[in-house]
Design a binder for this molecule. Structure first.
Ligand code: MN
Length: 233
């Protein structure tokens, strides 16, 4: 579908904003509906400095993320899977090609990641704070556990805060571009917060010091997004 038709279908008030501006990324439409609309970054490349430097952001967004998007659209174009919303696609990802799995995950995970970062000072809602206390004991313990998962993940991948189907929150890490919505991962649920721990996410500024990157991440977490994802889980 062309972008103008998509806009006509959903209304200009939604389509004129970046896809992730309203915390709606977890409900991204079917690939067929987004094929000409690579979403805009919701802030400037230098907005997250010093935690994430402008050059890393520029390359990460315009090269890495764009390539995942382009390759995903090429892999899924004119297949029945292009009709599926992203959640449904991931729930059956084991039946898709590795190109759809890797590039679809890459497109989607980065969309989530940009959306859960912000230069603005934000804080967890009372509901999210209560859920974190219940599942991890305290905010500090949650941050420690999440950070450890991100620091210790071996190789390329992601660390996640996830809402499980039982109502509890948990932390997981996934390989490559897999995510907790995929039927191929062990621990499944709705992603609330993620961090990219591929070397391309931090190496220009931090080189091998992934731990420093992970510790800095907490200064740019967009809790407003986490709160919305928790409400809509
Ligand atoms: Mn990345």
């Amino acid at each position: 579908m062309k972008r103008r038709n998509f806009i006509a279908l959903v209304g200009t008030s939604i389509a004129s904003a970046p896809l992730w501006a309203n915390g709606i990324t977890s409900n991204l439409p079917a690939p067929k509906a987004i094929d000409s609309a690579f979403p805009e970054l919701p802030y400037a490349f230098n907005a997250l400095e010093p935690a994430i430097d402008a050059k890393t952001m520029e390359i990460h967004y315009t090269k890495h993320h764009k390539a995942y998007f382009t390759n995903f659209m090429a892999a899924i174009k004119d297949t029945p899977a292009a009709e599926l919303d992203m959640k449904t696609l991931f729930a059956g990802i084991s039946k898709q090609s590795m190109a759809v799995r890797n590039h679809g995950g890459g497109f989607y995970n980065h969309s989530l990641f940009w959306e859960n970062l912000s230069p603005a000072k934000t804080s967890p809602s009372s509901a999210v704070a209560a859920a974190i206390d219940k599942s991890f004991g305290s905010m500090d313990k949650f941050k420690e556990e999440f950070s450890t998962a991100a620091k210790k993940h071996f190789g390329s991948g992601w660390a996640w805060l996830v809402a499980g189907n039982d109502g509890n929150l948990f932390i997981s890490d996934t390989l490559n571009q897999d995510n907790p919505l995929m039927d191929v991962v062990e621990k499944k649920g709705t992603p609330l917060l993620c961090i990219d721990v591929w070397e391309h996410a931090y190496y220009l500024n931090y080189q091998n010091r992934r731990a420093e990157y992970v510790d800095s991440f907490w200064t740019v977490v967009n809790w407003d997004t986490v709160n919305k994802r928790y409400e809509n889980r």
